[in-house]
Ligand binder design. Structure first.
Ligand code: AMP
Length: 186
């Protein structure tokens, strides 16, 4: 498994970031969070940050043209050649097919996808507790709508491809980590 990539899928607040960090350390691969890359660009006031800010603040997806090349470049780094974890990408079907094409072009082995399943009620409570700038009630609602409209179709997409593992994320972080370690063999 360490030879290939892993995509962490799941609604906002499912615990993707926390779990991806732990699994990345365990597999010795980089944890690549597109949300974190965008937040850093916004903090630093880079051109990308300026273009992305309104979308991120409102809980909408940034346009694909801001994110696709960024991911392609990040996966090209030397630290990502033995594997990687993507957290927050892909977020829609066109991002997923971009990733598939990219990996095929680069002759990467097939990647795995883990889907963290958590009911809405639990997500909203968790996000309100987290208190990030884009974690107020209105923006949370937007992010959930965006998730159901654009990201959740990826569950079907990867089920058809046959590389999806669903994991119950409505448990303590330690229990979720144990389940993920079992699925991902680390
Ligand atoms: P996250 O940290 O994954 O919850 O992402 C925070 C915000 O960054 C999202 O609400 C989007 O505005 C933006 N974002 C992160 N990843 C992507 C992506 N793959 N495509 C478009 N927008 C993204």
């Amino acid at each position: 498994m360490a030879e290939s990539g892993i995509v962490f899928l799941g609604p906002p607040g499912a615990g993707k970031g926390t779990q991806a960090e732990i699994i990345a350390a365990c597999l010795h691969v980089p944890h690549i969070s597109t949300g974190e890359i965008l937040r850093e660009a916004i903090r630093e006031g880079t051109p990308l940050g300026h273009k992305a800010q309104t979308y991120v603040d409102q809980g909408h997806l940034v346009p694909n043209e801001l994110i696709l090349e960024l991911v392609a470049e990040r996966l090209h780094h030397s630290d990502a050649q033995k594997g990687w974890i993507l957290d927050g990408f892909p977020r829609n079907v066109s991002q997923a097919s971009f990733l598939d094409d990219l990996l095929e072009k680069r002759h990467h082995p097939p990647h795995q996808v883990v889907n963290l399943e958590v009911p809405d009620k639990v997500l909203i409570d968790r996000l309100l507790l987290r208190g990030r700038k884009d974690d107020n009630e209105e923006v949370i609602r937007n992010r959930l709508v965006v998730y159901y409209e654009q990201t959740s179709p990826l569950i079907d997409y990867y089920t058809k491809k046959g590389n999806l593992h669903s994991v119950n994320g409505d448990r303590t972080p330690t229990e979720v980590t144990l389940a993920l370690k079992e699925v991902l063999m680390c």
